[in-house]
Design a protein around this ligand. Structure first.
Ligand SMILES: Cc1cc2nc3c(=O)[nH]c(=O)nc-3n(C[C@H](O)[C@H](O)[C@H](O)COP(=O)(O)OP(=O)(O)OC[C@H]3O[C@@H](n4cnc5c(N)ncnc54)[C@H](O)[C@@H]3O)c2cc1C
Length: 389
């Protein structure tokens, strides 16, 4: 029977020294003052070329990233694969601004698709729309603002990058997730992604859009998208997440005086997320779903919805996904029970993935002095191993 309590399974891929390293890392990041200081110091040190790259690489980078390039990630991909946990190579370089940067990122995503087509442990490719085009242009296109000639040219280039990536995924039969970002850029990305789904999802869901269920409007969006897929005869690929930009969304809405698009409470988000899972399972003939979540209840709910409908654990339309270095108790226990699981394996040069690492550290700081979930699980497993000796 599926349970997320089994830390022996959760950490089966971790040696004693891996566990010790993770323990000290989560112990350090549980201290919010330390994380706050670390954040400022690290950014300063990297920008002024202080020699701390090796330290970051051996500690927090090693916990949450697969490597600095695709090749360096392959050992992680292999070791997850040993336990039937797939990988999703996630080029996590942020803050791109120029056409040259966007082309470089698009080329990198295509390289991940090339790797995925021959590596059976790589389950999906992934990209962020703002990695291949500016957020301000996405915003203008979404708001139907009149574009200058230069902007029209730039938007055409974004469309071409999207199409090149999606075509490559389709031609090589590699499933592709497209991440969701801020509401003010998302409409343009949604529109473009739906064009791609209609074009490339005729035989199966290759292209997956992402729905953030912290948004009040996303369950309705999912239902509309499903109707559209049915009427135009293509498969709908959906990654379901709760959403990562809540503070930013609320702050902008307050500043610009419009109603926040985000649910008022966490309970509302949880309800919508779980309702979306239920809807996807009810329409599993048309929808392929990837549940991107570290929430134990939602992960358990998806498994029990499958059970109720007698859907096999390894049904090709249903995936669970977590981030590398987090929630291994969910990923490894699901994989052991034969469910399809894949972890995002972020990668990129240490300097460029710093914003990603800082977010992971902040997420794991202690709330009101409580021991965080990752740290508690590591302590439990250390104790289990000690008493098993
Ligand atoms: C594989 C994977 C892929 C992801 N891809 C994306 C992506 O493309 N785009 C993206 O935006 N995020 C993405 N995320 C991050 C995700 O959106 C969440 O921020 C993160 O996973 C935490 O949510 P949870 O479901 O794991 O669990 P939980 O810890 O149960 O939920 C935390 C989330 O609940 C919501 N929430 C918290 N407090 C409140 C409140 N007071 N009111 C309303 N809602 C609240 C927020 O969304 C918060 O992140 C991804 C996560 C994973 C694991």
């Amino acid at each position: 029977m599926l349970s997320f309590d089994n830390t022996e399974v959760a950490f089966s891929g971790k040696t004693a020294s891996d566990l010790r390293r993770s323990y000290w890392l989560f112990k350090m990041v549980s201290n919010s003052a330390l994380v706050s200081f670390g954040r400022s110091f690290t950014t300063f040190a990297i920008n002024t070329h202080l020699p701390i790259r090796a330290f970051i690489k051996a500690t927090i980078f090693r916990q949450f990233c697969g490597g600095e390039d695709i090749h360096e990630c392959l050992a992680t991909v292999e070791s997850l694969g040993k336990y039937n946990v797939g990988s999703i190579l996630d080029y996590s370089v942020e803050g791109m601004k120029s056409d040259a940067d966007f082309d470089k990122t698009a080329g990198e995503i295509i390289d991940t698709i090339n790797e995925a087509k021959t590596n059976r442990h790589i389950s999906f490719a992934v990209f962020k729309p703002t990695g291949v085009g500016s957020i301000s242009l996405h915003e203008k296109v979404g708001a139907k603002t009149t574009l200058s000639l230069a902007e029209q040219e730039a938007w055409k280039k974004i469309q071409v990058r999207f199409d090149n990536i999606c075509k490559k995924a389709h031609d090589n039969n590699v499933q592709l997730l497209i991440d969701a970002e801020e509401t003010w850029m998302q409409q343009a990305a949604d529109d473009l992604t739906h064009v791609m789904m209609e074009k490339y999802n005729k035989e199966r869901a290759i292209i997956f859009n992402t729905a953030q269920l912290y948004r009040k409007d996303r369950l309705d969006y999912i239902k509309r998208a499903c109707d559209d897929a049915k009427s135009k005869k293509y498969f709908l690929g959906l990654k379901l997440v709760r959403g990562a930009y809540m503070e930013k969304e609320r702050a902008r809405a307050a500043k610009m005086n419009y109603p926040s698009p985000i649910n008022d409470t966490k309970t509302d988000t949880d309800k919508l997320y779980d309702a979306a899972l239920q809807y996807c399972i009810e329409h599993i003939d048309v929808i392929s779903v990837c549940a991107g979540s570290h929430n134990e209840n939602s992960s358990m709910l998806l498994a029990s919805l499958m059970e109720k409908k007698n859907i096999p654990h390894n049904h090709p339309h249903i995936w669970f996904s977590q981030l590398l270095g987090m929630s291994d108790h969910i990923s490894f226990n699901l994989a052991k029970e034969g469910y399809n699981v894949a972890k995002y394996v972020p990668y990129g040069p240490v300097k460029n993935v710093l914003p990603y690492l800082i977010r992971r550290a902040q997420e794991n700081t202690s709330v009101k002095g409580q021991t965080g979930r990752e740290l508690s699980l590591i302590i439990k497993e250390k104790q289990r191993r000690a008493s098993a000796k």
